[in-house]
Design a protein around this ligand. Sequence first.
Ligand code: ARG
Length: 470
Amino acid sequence: MAVDSTSSTWSQRFEQGLHPAIERFNASIGFDIALLQDDLDGSVAHARMLGQCGVISEVEAARLIEGLELVRAEAAAGRFNPGLEAEDVHFAVERRLIELLGALGKKLHTGRSRNDQVGTDLRLWLRRQIDAIDGDLQRFQRALLAQAERHADTLIPGYTHLQRAQPLCLAHHLLAYIEMAERDRSRLADVRRRVNICPLGAAALAGTPVPIDRRATAAELGFEAIYANSLDAVSDRDFAVEFMAAGALVLAHLSRLAEEVILWASEEFGFVALSDRCATGSSLMPQKKNPDVPELVRGKSGRVFGHLMGLLTMIKGLPLAYNKDFQEDKEALFDGVRTVRDCLEAMAILFEEGLEFRPQRLEAAVAADFSNATDVADYLVARGVPFREAYQLVGGLVKTCLEQGVLLRDLPLERWRQLHPAFEADIFAAIAPRQVVAARRSEGGTGFERVRAQLLAARQRLEPALQNPA
Ligand code: ARG
């Protein structure tokens, strides 16, 4: 029987190599090579700890670490390209180490299993990605904030049920998305706390008789704590699910904003103009400029939602402890992280330089509707008319206006006074859109002063240096 490379991976219990199709099916090296740096970091910490605990000599530990750094250097130079026969990144590194160091390389895996190893690698990787996404979220917030600051005096129609409701300060509208992104940041920070727990030393599932120091490796790798239970340590993928849930909400938020931009860019709304940098043309219709960026963001949200469902489904039937099903967590996480990061970047660029609001169009839109009707009712309420009665009166008034094709502001004072004697000439000022917005002074409302306070708070949050000007 030919001795192939695969059969040598396993103990002498195995006599035959894998079927080539099964080798391909089983291998994760094609994607988990992305964990290489984290795998090396974890192995360096493990080797050092084995030396410190006297499991191997300090000299042996030092040589293992040198060997691992050599692999890192080879990878940096593009000279570490393990094939399918390596199965996964963990075996690939161990094999190379054995090639480099001979018998000593075989000592690295003492007191460790790929089960705790892969969990460690994945957490190190995801922790770094969460930090990067936090930066992406802040860039996105900055892009929105810069537009909001530019439009602290611009009005935009506010909608409920996509029907004109009440006019808003445009900055207020954009600030709502800054708030969502702030919750995303806080959710990810919370997820990070549970990503940052070290499973290393749980070994295959039960712990190890080797006198290891789990706290030493955890500390070296920057983990905040270690898993209390070795079974839980190698079986827990909650952190992956939680990350994907947080990522799904990031995408849900981006997709809502994307949908608004798509509407705003349409002829019908005309609230924004897309710049050439972030829009494409049609291959057939020369007049078109398409909002591809927000459309792709809206479309890509489904990938992340799908990964969330995929991960939940993957874990739900798994008996303790490790099961190979877990190998499926990686492509979901890799693609999920990439999608979240790409979409945040694309939306940031869109707001940095990809679109411009059209203040005249916005101004014209708020002036030409009945979104000031509530303010007519509020006007009467301020003069002692019970709200429900005022509401009914104004409803009837809007109906006649619609029949006659006029706006509230077009009605002569006599018509107002016929409706109710409490109306005075100041009704016209009270229903001007700018006044309608300004009047909403309640905390968190769209009144200009309130919005300015929100803008300032957001600016200080994004640039903490502004809090204590020197
Ligand atoms: N490639 C595997 C994974 O991604 C590594 C762990 C394999 N462990 C095992 N007992 N087969 O999950």
